[in-house]
Design a protein around this ligand. Structure first.
Ligand code: ATP
Length: 293
């Protein structure tokens, strides 16, 4: 079974406060994009879980979220058979694009189907939060409002068709560090998440883009000015708006025209500001998870 695990961007990211348990209360507009890792899974004769990945620096043992997801389901349903998995990563790692969470989501869906466990999408999502706050969204995909710690999801109609240029600089930002350096009291400018949802419902791409905002940006850009340079380059080359995704450092630019985006991608590649440059578009929820490519 071959599954695509799609990356996400945050069109809006707001943080409302810190809970007593240490987690932050968020309000985010999540959007899947057509950039994906591929997870191949099959039954194996030897019991247990085996995983190989194409990247030497991504763990292939129980620290990998794919492994955690598969093990969680297989333990609960006492699956005695073995599972063999191969993960080919294209989504940049530790980049604010939920790569690991999306891989885990693919593992939930794949194991459920492979062993005929019969769980509904909602039942998978209820278990997925144990692996990570973004994993339920990565099972749902498309456009959504994520609240709570990211696991309370409300479906939103799909965004108007638009093109997305992804630029990941050669620095890594851990989500943990991003939260630790975030000063909640100094957040003076909160993105208008509700206004953005209205724009999306009305199919108003320009209104939506005008409200994009991410409260992580000032702190992370202060440390890594290359993020601002990539934003400036994208906006000078036709992006309606460019913004950091999640806790960074990946920047994405939204374009209303594919040719403009292709030209901006060429300029970004030549600049060497970004290690990964990828031109794509939003992914709306109309495809299946498995055997779909
Ligand atoms: P998010 O947008 O959810 O914050 P991220 O882009 O910051 O995600 P990931 O790419 O998911 O971060 O990975 C962060 C860390 O998790 C990596 O440093 C890696 O060691 C570990 N990890 C575990 N499983 C995976 C996986 N399947 N793919 C990538 N990294 C993984």
């Amino acid at each position: 079974m071959r599954l695509r695990a799609f990356a996400k961007i945050n069109l809006g990211l707001d943080i409302l406060g810190k809970r007593d348990d240490g987690y932050h209360e968020v309000r985010m507009i999540m959007q899947t994009i057509q950039m994906y890792d591929v997870l191949e899974i099959q039954r194996s004769k030897s019991p247990g879980i085996s995983l190989v990945t194409n990247l030497p620096y991504v763990p292939s043992d129980e620290r990998n979220l794919v492994y955690k997801a598969a093990k969680l389901l297989m333990d609960e349903f006492h699956v005695e058979e073995g599972l063999s998995m191969r993960l080919d990563k294209s989504i940049p790692v530790a980049a604010g694009m939920a790569g690991g969470s999306s891989d885990a989501a693919a593992a939930f869906v794949g194991v459920n189907r492979l062993f005929g466990l019969g769980l509904s999408e909602q039942e998978l999502m209820n278990r997925a939060v144990k692996v990570g706050a973004d994993v339920p969204y990565c099972i749902m995909r498309g456009t959504a409002l994520a609240e709570g710690i990211g696991e309370k999801l409300t479906w939103i109609p799909q965004v108007p068709r638009c093109f997305v240029l992804v630029g990941k600089p050669g620095v890594n930002v851990s989500t943990k560090m991003a939260y630790e350096t975030l000063k909640l009291k100094s957040i003076t400018c909160h993105p208008d998440i509700d206004g953005m949802i209205e724009n999306i419902k009305n199919g108003d791409l320009y209104g939506m883009v005008s409200k994009m905002g991410n409260v992580f940006e000032p702190g992370i850009i202060g440390r890594y000015p290359v993020i601002q340079e990539i934003k400036n380059l994208m906006e000078a080359n036709g992006a309606l708006k460019a913004m950091m995704s999640g806790s960074g450092p990946t920047v994405f630019g939204i374009f209303d025209d594919a040719d403009k985006m292709a030209a901006a991608a060429a300029v970004l590649r030549e600049s060497h500001l970004a290690k990964t440059v990828f031109a794509t578009e939003v992914y709306n929820r109309n495809g299946g998870f498995t055997n779909d490519k």
